[in-house]
Design a protein around this ligand. Structure first.
Ligand code: GLN
Length: 385
């Protein structure tokens, strides 16, 4: 038989999605793949019901319906503090997963290098492979997950064309400080490179930390491709609505990728979600409050059980240290946790380039009763491990 593409040999099935599959098989409480088990805001659902009856049911404009793009531009102008033209600076995508891919394909030629902080959300490595680029990893060192400025600069000396910046970060919950971002800005300016951001957790940041949009730093709009989505902000991960915000020249490229890859995001969902984009500031304050409570509930539960973890400053994940259990493989640990304890987590190694296997990642985007049930099961952990 003719050889299938070898490019795909570089990666396997997503570990996050795999853990969800195993969790479902064993009926475990799924704290692996990060998505809520509570409903989206009712105003969005009511609009979806209207859209089901009144439409639209046919294609929206390829790069996003006018009303949706205008709403994205208005909302992001407010939060990012920069001018965004809905016709020139926005492409609506099928989730930020497509946004990141479109961003990468828009700037990378085969063989180009891309800098990625490690640990990282697993899609980024796959994205580089899919567009024929080569990743250069820069370690974020525990326990503070700071980066070494020299190591970052080295990646650009080696020719990195872009840096992927997940902020607030999945999986470690790092919120990059303004100073760190200014350091990055200085380096990318010196080496004339781009920054591709993944800012899907932009509204899930815990006091006293603050989210700084990279594109909002002086002079950085021109070299930033900002990717985000509505999944986490409005609890609609299954709707697959995301977007890219960037200078016109980059957006023109992204439009081409998007046009031929997916044609467009679902029209009735764009209509319904526009209602969310038009929410006032109270909605985002309330969201932060809700997640702050979830973080306290889950982390204090882990404290009572005596599990060690890195305290997240943003996003809704926590990396738990499993070293004390003396299991060499975090994957074996995570599978045993599903089967014997009934709680699913993601093996930490799937996020690290380095050989690290003493962490598992939980997420806490769940109802309080789900988190309490998971904690109760986890309290039995020492009887099994
Ligand atoms: N971003 C989420 C996570 O890390 C979900 C990823 C996905 O499956 N699209 O768990």
């Amino acid at each position: 038989m003719t050889q299938l593409s070898r490019r795909l040999d570089w990666f396997e099935e997503s570990k996050i999605r795999k853990m969800t599959r195993i969790a479902n098989k064993y009926g475990a409480i799924n704290l692996s793949q990060g998505f809520p088990d509570f409903d989206p805001p009712k105003e969005i659902i009511e609009e979806l019901q209207r859209a089901a009856v009144e439409g639209p049911h046919q294609y929206a404009v390829t790069w996003g319906s006018q009303e949706f793009r205008e709403a994205v531009a208005r909302k992001q102008e407010r939060f990012m503090g920069i001018k965004i033209n809905p016709d020139e600076n926005v492409v609506v995508t099928c989730g930020s997963t497509e946004a990141m891919m479109a961003a990468m394909m828009s700037i990378c030629e085969v063989g180009d290098k891309v800098a990625i902080f490690s640990p990282f959300y697993e899609n980024y490595a796959a994205d580089t492979v899919l567009c024929g680029a080569v990743p250069i990893y820069i370690p974020l060192k525990p326990p503070t997950f700071d980066f070494d400025r020299k190591q970052l600069e080295e990646a650009f000396k080696q020719g990195a064309k872009a840096l992927i910046l997940c902020n607030p970060s999945n999986p470690i919950g790092k919120v990059f400080t303004r100073e760190e971002l200014l350091d990055i800005a200085q380096i990318v300016t010196k080496y004339d490179a781009y920054v591709i951001t993944d800012e899907v957790y932009e509204h899930i940041v815990y006091e006293p930390h603050k989210h700084t949009y990279f594109a909002s730093l002086p002079g950085m709009f021109e070299r930033t491709i900002s990717c985000s989505s509505l999944s986490k902000t409005y609890s609609i991960t299954g709707w697959r609505l995301g977007y890219v915000i960037a200078p016109k020249a980059v957006i023109d490229q992204c439009k081409k990728v998007h046009d031929f890859l997916t044609v467009g995001a679902a029209a009735p969902l764009q209509r319904a979600a526009t209602v969310g984009l038009n929410f006032g500031d109270d909605y985002y304050k309330e969201l932060t409050k809700i997640y702050t409570k979830k973080r306290e509930l889950f982390l204090s539960g882990l404290d009572s059980i005596g599990l060690k973890y890195f305290r997240p400053d943003g996003a809704y994940y926590v990396m738990v240290n499993i070293e004390e259990f003396g299991i060499a493989s975090d994957e074996a640990f995570a599978e045993k946790l599903i089967k014997e304890i009934g709680v699913a987590a993601v093996p930490g190694s799937s996020f690290f380039k380095e050989d690290v296997n003493n962490y598992i990642r939980f997420h806490f985007a769940k109802k309080p009763e789900t988190l309490e049930a998971a904690l109760e099961r986890l309290s039995e952990i020492r009887k099994h491990f």
